[in-house]
Design a protein around this ligand. Structure first.
Ligand code: ADE
Length: 225
């Protein structure tokens, strides 16, 4: 998978790809990430990329020209499956969307900033608009990182144990059951006996029951889906 991220503050984006699972995905050659500073595509001497909004109102708007230049340049180099815009009024990210997007080969992620982007960018370049939740961030960068993390870990070969992404919370609209590791007893807090029994089928059944119980208590809305 190749991900091209367009931003006015690309420095915000880099370090999460230099550690842990996202770094490993790059080291293994499974993912390529490229950062593009929108200012490099400004035709203005001052590297201006934003301007006041027509009709008045507070807040600057990212202009269409540098975004057009950047996206058109990238598209001249290869085909893209998606051009995603991170915005609080996009479709709220969930595991199903992450699964779908993780199957794509090449994608562009455009990070909004200030008030957002000129609507014509959204009308003519964007294939999918994504929000990471009902709150407003200063820009789309942190949202883009969350999206990248959620999809990269699903790419086959990225996680050491292939099955571990499949047993995550939300994969089957259930929250994950409780998990334990050594020691089996700490103070007088014991790990449930069943998990030490070695009885695989019974353990699976216990985990399923616990997943339902946990989902019913915390997120009953998921059981309606
Ligand atoms: N940009 C600003 N707020 C955002 C959000 N909630 N999700 C995605 N991008 C954003």
């Amino acid at each position: 998978m190749r991900i091209d991220i367009i931003s006015v503050v690309p420095d915000l984006l880099k370090s999460p790809f230099e550690a842990s699972i996202m770094q490993r995905s790059i080291d293994k050659g499974l993912v390529e990430v490229h950062f593009h500073n929108l200012r490099d595509y400004s035709s203005n001497n001052y590297k201006q990329v934003d301007d006041y909004q027509f009709g008045g109102g507070a807040g600057m708007v990212l202009m269409i020209e540098p975004i057009d230049k950047c996206i058109t340049y990238l598209k001249s180099q290869r085909d893209y499956d998606e051009v995603i815009y991170m915005t609080p009024d996009g479709e709220t990210l969930n595991q199903g969307m992450a699964n779908t997007i993780s199957l794509q080969k090449n994608m562009i992620i455009l990070c909004g900033h200030y008030k957002g982007v000129d609507q014509r960018v959204r009308d003519h370049f964007i294939t999918r608009e994504i929000s990471i939740g009902d709150y407003v961030l200063s820009g789309g960068e942190l949202g883009a990182l969350i999206l990248c993390d959620a999809i990269i870990r699903l790419i086959p070969g990225v996680l050491g144990n292939e099955t571990s992404a499949l047993t995550d919370s939300f994969q089957d609209n259930l929250l994950a059951p409780p998990i334990y590791t050594r020691p089996a007893q700490y103070n007088d807090w014991n790990v449930p006996e069943i998990l030490l029994s070695g009885h695989t089928a019974k353990i699976e059944q216990w985990r399923e029951e616990k997943a339902y119980e946990h989902t019913r208590n915390r997120r009953p809305d998921l059981l309606d889906k």
